[in-house]
Design a protein around this ligand. Structure first.
Ligand code: 8YV
Length: 427
């Protein structure tokens, strides 16, 4: 392991700093009284940033002060606070924490949908106030017969769509491109989708491309029975237009977990009875936040052990090549190199049998391939290994044909045995 100096610009979950400090020299910038002077003196030592979330920007100006920066490992799936394009141009790899929070955020989005449509928080407040002693709570709108439009059918969008379907809600979607394998109707414009649905779920990334795309016109198209749910980023919504739309009945209700200027919530929203407001808790369970923290740390530990980053963002893909002797030599001590070759071989098998494009995210594939090898070596049955593969989704790629999963398992087992014939695998 290389003793890479790690910088944490702001305080995040304590466990991130604890896990890093157990293994690598860690500098906590937020504890320095003069961070400017500190960066001047110590900046050249820093090779890795561990970013604790979207509250503290890791922009070009900040990264420029760290001339030997190699990796920015960011907490959270969204990383618009990191200038990933600048990083890509300067050979710095940015990693994030995809996959581990999809279900938690999707649960929250579904809960917000139900709360907003059925006015459940209001009903609870009604009971607590004693008002039930005098009368029943007014009847509400219903989820029945609705169509949900998902803006951004990535991993989280898909997890929300699956849930909505099981609630009997029809699902449609809009995104940058149609996904041929997705079992939902695609709309090429947000406006057309807004006209066709009455629940709009925002599940797309933040950043300049999506800034305030949910504006007054989109809300008007959603209509008076419309419900807006945002479990992504506040920057996608024109908040003033939303306040107006909720106030004058242009739409029925909203359920929000994200705001443009967190933790400040516009007073206009706070004053509205038809807005359900959560303090950005989408992924905030102990289990999921721990998994996110471990993903941040796993990325920088991998880097310190001369292994590739596990979950790089698309703007800074891992450009290493897999499966050749030359690569093996470049991945460090011999044990690690053998294993890296084996995992690299499994990556190649996955790429070809799942028919993934050459430019798909190899860091992400590497993480799945590594887990597959671990499971093979733990003696898991072929059935369980196939079930593991069936749950994998690489970015937004259509991964067909999925009947390739069994072949991937068989070929990976064969590669594993070839690399270490003495190992016991599934029979
Ligand atoms: C976290 C999130 O609340 O992953 C994201 O992009 O928005 C949330 O899961 C956030 O990362 C905490 O900073």
């Amino acid at each position: 392991m290389k003793p890479l100096d790690v910088l944490m610009p702001s305080e995040g979950m304590g466990v991130i700093a604890d896990l890093i400090a157990e293994r690598l020299p860690l500098h906590r910038l937020w504890l320095e009284s003069d961070s400017d002077a500190w960066l001047k003196e110590w900046g050249p030592r820093i090779r890795v940033i561990a970013s604790s979330g979207h509250q503290a920007p890791i922009d070009a100006a900040f990264m420029s002060r760290l001339p030997h920066l190699e990796v920015v490992a960011s907490f959270g799936v969204g990383y618009e606070h990191v200038d990933a394009e600048w990083a890509g141009r300067h050979g710095v790899i940015v990693t994030h924490t995809p996959g581990v929070l999809d279900d938690e955020v999707a649960d929250t989005a579904m809960a917000l949908t139900l709360m907003a449509v059925r006015r459940l928080p209001q009903a609870e407040r009604f009971l607590r106030s004693g008002a039930w002693e005098k009368s029943g709570f007014p009847l509400t709108a219903s989820l029945r017969g609705r169509t949900m439009g998902v803006l951004g059918l990535g991993r989280i969008g898909k997890a929300i769509a699956t849930r909505a379907r099981s609630f009997g809600v029809e699902v449609v979607y809009h995104g940058r491109r149609e996904q041929p394998g997705a079992p939902y109707r695609y709309y090429s414009t947000l406006m057309d989708m807004a006209k066709a649905c009455d629940i709009l779920i925002v599940a797309a990334p933040g950043g300049p491309e999506t800034r305030r795309i949910v504006n007054a016109e989109i809300l008007a198209a959603l209509g008076p029975n419309g419900v807006l749910v945002n479990a992504a980023r506040g920057s996608l919504i024109d908040e003033s237009a939303l306040i107006e739309a909720l106030k004058n009945g242009t739409i029925l209700a909203a359920g929000l977990d994200a705001y443009e200027n967190e933790p400040h919530v516009p007073p206009g929203l706070l004053a509205l009875d038809n807005a359900v407001l959560l303090p950005h808790v989408g992924s905030a369970s102990v289990k999921t936040r721990r998994a996110m923290a471990e993903c941040v740390v796993a990325n920088l530990i991998a880097w310190s052990e001369d292994r590739p980053p596990l979950t790089p963002v698309p703007e800074t893909p891992w450009r290493g090549r897999w499966g050749s002797e030359a690569d093996a030599a470049s991945v460090g001590p011999s044990g690690a190199a053998d294993r890296s070759l084996l995992v690299g071989g499994v990556v190649e098998v996955m790429k070809s049998l799942w028919d993934l494009p050459a430019d798909c995210n190899e860091g992400e594939l590497f993480a799945y391939a590594k887990t597959l090898v671990d499971r093979i070596e733990a003696g898991e049955s072929r059935e369980k290994l196939c079930a593991y593969l069936a749950d994998i989704q690489i970015g937004n790629w259509e991964m067909s044909p999925r009947d390739a999963d069994k072949d991937i398992v068989d070929r990976s087992i064969a590669l594993d045995r070839k690399s270490a014939p003495e190992r016991r695998g599934p029979v």
